[in-house]
Design a protein around this ligand. Sequence first.
Ligand code: GCO
Length: 457
Amino acid sequence: MSLTHRFPDGFQWGTATSAYQIEGAVDADGRGASIWDTFCRAPGRVLGGDTGDVACDHYHRLEGDLDLMSRLGIQTYRFSVAWPRVIPKGRGPVSEAGLDFYRRLVDGLLERGIAPLVTLFHWDLPQALDDEGGWLSRDTVDAYVDYAALVAEALGDRVPSFTTFNEPWCSAFLGYASGDHAPGHTDAGEAFRVAHHLNLAHARAVSALRCVLPSSAAISLTLNVHQVYPASDDPADRRATEHVDLISNRIFLDPALGHGYPDALVDTTRTITDWSFVEAGDIGALHAPIDGLGINYYTSALIADPASPAGRQAHLAWPGTTKAVSLAPDGELTGIGWRITPGALTDLLRRIAADAPTMPLTIHENGAAYDVAVIDGLVDDTVRIRYLDAHLRALHDAITAGVDVRGYMLWSFLDNFEWAWGYSQRFGIVHVDFDTLARTPKASADWYAGVIAANGL
Ligand code: GCO
């Protein structure tokens, strides 16, 4: 078979999940509650009143799930550790039974020749910490650093790569500004304070991890850098786009790359926050060199000033600001209603490489939600294959242009709990029947196995 798109030798093909979205077993072995357990119970927060109580029951179906992954030829598996499973109250007593689950998971992966990639925080903050202020409190930063070191001590001899935070933008801006995610606050000023605390927690954890992990360990941060374009040539729309880039992207990228917060970010947020939560010494403390960036990419957005001609069309609020909106998605959309714009992935990777020319990048998430039924034991999700194929071509374009991309983690291995959307959105290459919990690999799973085996398209 001849390939039109060959990926570099050693390119890592993988798949990604997160703890709360698949594990279930929320009361097993002394697990504490997380802010998502609480959020799911608040009326009207999650579509259909769905919760992660059972999810895919991965906690009890670990071996079967790993066998399935192995049959697909998965080379790297990105999963997250649930903080409340290993430290039920967020700080203090450790649950060995909780840690054992992740030890078994890591051992099971290694036995099958799959490399583990551990996400330390994928949004499931222990509820006990939220009761004391959650990410608004600097004490949570200390608790996170201790938790990160504990996990590294338990797993670090067998896990080659750790990523500190998954999409801190979502924790800060969906959790505290738009209120779409737990803990569901709606105060833009809070979102900026939280963003700063997440940045501090990331940097301090990197230093703590370096003390515990072997020198060969790769430590990264996972960002959903938003690929945003002005909705028109109107200077007001261009300014709105820069504003969004500052408050959504550079607020995380710049400190992680060692540049602190740009002056333009402080200027453009003057009416929202005075940044008084930045204490003496913090800016220096934000700089902790990392070994790579994880990039999550699904879609792109067209940004406008709310008062411009473009901004007066149908639009969505942009979390954390009233100075910019995104145009309502149009054109070809995935099942969740996101625009399909593979070329924007190439643009995004080139932009990041221009900002950080020596930083290795890995796609930590990319995929699409489509609801395709099981018919006679088969799920013909050709629509998903089309999405994935187009995005892998776009990724290949970036690599050809010189961007150093080391791997691709497809979101997601299993259909799972899609946060505020509950179980209504299916991102998996493996179908899960949420009544029987039966797993059925979709056509996209076979297709992906072929891509992996060929190292290309
Ligand atoms: C994300 C999340 C995933 C989502 C996926 C689809 O990091 O945004 O990691 O948990 O399920 O992005 O929305």
